[in-house]
Design a protein around this ligand. Structure first.
Ligand SMILES: Nc1ncnc2c1ncn2[C@@H]1O[C@H](COP(=O)(O)OP(=O)(O)OP(=O)(O)O)[C@@H](O)[C@H]1O
Ligand SMILES: [Mg+2]
Length: 360
């Protein structure tokens, strides 16, 4: 059995591990701000890179994982050599430099394109219909030609689409792939890990659009049954029950679908957030594994207790007094339900906490 060495048992009786083969379930990783979730995720991801061939797709809103391929000084030479040999792609907004994070509009699903354009099939009946027929010719158009055709068309719906594209500044977005590879195309090659640094775009809709393009592509190719672990830190950004707006809702609905049906196709989720209520019930109810870090709120603990009914209340209650780095692990991936202390990271953290400047 492949064990992931993530730290030591809290009662100091020995090393703590997770069972790698049981990552074929969805996992929920929860804890209040500063409890060490992002750090702990990094430890789990390092172990998966070291000991499995499970490809990772990491949705990273704060550039926390952009240095996942960089090993810290002093790390065991074999570990360092293995980690350094893994194929880790870091895709970032184009203006940051490095490999750019992009989406290909032309290959996205019609309903996702409509979501990006904020088109509603009923409220925007005429325009939506004109948009549907735009794709009839099957001829790939560059943006400039498309805009010219739209403006010159007799159909008022077409002119409305041109105005919509301009008003939303869609052509100024950085994410469009054009001649370059889209994130979904890179992920389809199944590198060992693909980090999607989704923060830092000028338009917030760009992040959601890239995420949607990646999720749709994984879903459309589900019959290929090629496993992937989809890691989403700060999962409330993409699957909070409170999200509104056509695009955000489209992203959330796709995650709910992957949570409900993805498992048998090898689409497994590892989601992290601060409170259980920040993730849609249709997602959290599908999670079998729990990683729980410090959580003081009795209401949040009670909610977790009702979702993960197999965990004794006394065990959950211990999370209120956890220190940073302590985690309760429960579910199939934990050889025994219990509390652990996460080990130190082998690789560099990206955006570490900002410290208070002190004098002298
Ligand atoms: N086990 C650990 N060992 C050493 N440092 C740690 C450990 N866990 C967390 N830290 C440090 O504590 C800080 C906060 O941790 P982290 O960013 O993982 O918290 P978080 O739970 O993800 O918080 P948030 O919800 O605000 O994102 C980071 O600077 C990190 O380097
Ligand atoms: Mg975090």
């Amino acid at each position: 059995m492949t064990e992931l060495s993530i730290g030591v048992r809290d009662d100091a009786t020995g090393p703590a591990s997770l069972t790698a083969t049981r990552m074929n379930r969805h996992t929920f990783w929860c804890g209040q701000s500063g409890s060490g979730k992002t750090y702990a995720l990094g430890v789990v991801l390092e172990e998966l890179l070291l000991r499995t061939a499970l490809p990772l797709v990491i949705i990273d809103p704060n550039a926390d994982f952009v240095r996942l391929g960089e090993v810290r000084e002093g790390v065991d030479a074999d570990v360092a050599a293995t980690l350094s040999s893994r194929d880790i792609r870091v895709l970032r907004p184009a203006h940051v430099g490095g490999d750019a994070l992009r989406a290909r509009f032309s290959t996205m699903l019609p309903q996702s394109k409509a979501a990006i354009m904020r088109l509603d099939p009923i409220a925007d009946r005429e325009e939506f219909n004109a948009f549907l027929h735009l794709g009839d010719s099957n001829e790939p158009l560059d943006a400039r030609t498309l805009m010219t055709r739209l403006r010159e068309a007799a159909d008022p719906g077409m002119l409305a689409i041109a105005q919509r594209i301009e008003n939303l500044a869609l052509l100024q977005w950085q994410i469009w792939a054009g001649e370059n590879p889209a994130a979904s195309e890179i992920i389809a090659e199944r590198p060992d890990a693909t980090v999607l640094d989704i923060g830092g775009f000028a338009h917030p809709e760009e992040s959601l659009s890239v995420v949607l393009s990646v999720l749709d592509d994984l879903w459309m190719r589900r019959e290929e049954r090629r496993p992937v672990l989809l890691v989403i830190d700060e999962a409330h950004n993409v699957c909070s029950p409170e999200l509104t707006g056509t695009l955000a809702v489209a992203v959330r609905e796709r995650i709910i679908q992957i949570a409900a049906e993805g498992r048998k196709y090898g689409l497994w989720l590892l989601l992290s957030t601060q409170r259980p209520s920040k993730v849609h019930p249709g997602v959290i109810s599908q999670c079998d594994n729990l990683g729980l870090m410090k959580m003081s709120s009795p209401a949040d603990l009670a909610e977790l207790g009702s979702v993960f009914g197999f965990i004794p209340d006394e065990l959950l209650a211990r999370a209120a007094s956890f220190e940073q780095g302590q985690a309760l692990l429960a579910g199939g991936f934990a050889p025994t339900d219990g509390v652990v202390r996460m080990r130190e990271r082998y690789t560099h953290e990206g955006g570490a906490d900002v410290r208070v400047p002190v004098r002298g």
